[in-house]
Ligand binder design. Structure first.
Ligand code: FAD
Length: 265
């Protein structure tokens, strides 16, 4: 497989840097081809602004989605964004790696998503009508490819359990897994999360590294999270509500969007 790893940590000698090296070494040992986008090392520009749309008239009001769609259609996005599109289309699998900062990804990675996920590329894809609300949530440009998160967290695993004070890790990562990865079509694999990492010793590191090696060995075969496809019949269109009768009675929130049968579709 071809694998793109997007790395969002400012220090190559960090734990994240060490885990990245472990992941890449194992992927290459398995015969996969790996490319990396190192966001801090490449001084990635994280904010969306006028500079992203060089062909926009200087006196035109900036409407980001419209400008994004026009620039994408005209192949007039900036070279750094176009290079990321090329890598995303090249890769069979995408790994987003980051330390959990304030319960989500570091700003630089959010900025990578904001800028790279152009209108017409990641959203605004397919027919948009009262019958078909776009190719998204299981369909889209990146359909057929796999994606997963590689995350480190200072908190304990129990703190992120279903009754943990932070909220469950599945809920915290849902906006990324479902809203960012599943949206443009990726099959989303369960995340790799290393907990309680701030005082990790060598033995703890080796345990985490071995768990990560195993995930890299099974990147091609791990079952994706069983999110429901938007256009698979489970949702009413155009209200995009889950059909009455689907989901566990009493279930609310993010878990509703899992196919109860546990089958990836
Ligand atoms: P580092 O600091 O580089 O290393 C962590 C430990 O691993 C060190 O003790 C290091 O010695 C050890 N280590 C062991 N072996 C190795 C090796 N081979 N190479 C390198 N290091 C090794 N945590 C939460 O749970 N939730 C939050 O919301 C949250 N918000 C945060 C917000 C901010 C702004 C910051 C700075 C931290 C936050 N944290 C949070 C903690 C954060 O998630 C962790 O600090 C981070 O995941 C640690 O990863 P790192 O790569 O920076 O680790």
């Amino acid at each position: 497989m071809k694998v793109l790893l997007v790395f969002a940590h400012p220090e190559p000698r960090s734990l994240n840097g060490a885990l990245r090296d472990v992941a890449i070494k194992e992927l290459e040992a398995q015969g996969h081809e790996v490319r990396m986008s190192d966001l801090y090392a490449s001084n990635w520009k994280s904010e969306v602004d006028r500079a992203d749309f060089p062909s926009l008239a200087p006196d035109a009001r900036l409407k980001p989605a419209k400008a994004s769609g026009e620039a994408y259609a005209a192949d007039a996005l900036t070279a750094d964004v176009r290079a990321e599109h090329e890598k995303l289309l090249w890769a069979d699998a995408l790994i987003l790696q980051f330390p959990l900062w304030w319960y989500t990804m570091p700003a630089i990675l959010k900025g990578w998503v904001d800028r790279v996920y152009a209108y017409g590329f990641a959203y605004g894809v397919g027919e948009h009508s009262d019958q078909h609300w776009g190719d998204r949530f299981g369909e889209g440009t990146l359909e057929g490819k796999r994606a997963m998160l590689l995350v480190t967290a200072g908190g304990w695993e129990q703190h992120y359990g279903v009754r943990g004070v932070n909220g469950s890790i599945d809920d915290l990562l849902f906006p990324i897994n479902h809203g960012i990865l599943y949206y443009p079509g990726y099959d989303v694999l369960p995340p790799f999360v290393a907990y309680r990492v701030d005082r990790l010793d060598e033995a703890g590191f080796e345990t985490a590294a071995e768990r990560l090696r195993e995930r890299m060995r099974t990147l091609e075969t791990t079952s994706p999270i069983a999110y429901r496809r938007q256009n698979g019949g489970d949702y009413l269109i155009p209200s995009l509500q889950l059909r009455p009768g689907l989901g566990d009675p009493g279930a609310t929130g993010f878990a509703l969007h899992l196919n109860g049968a546990g089958i990836a579709r």
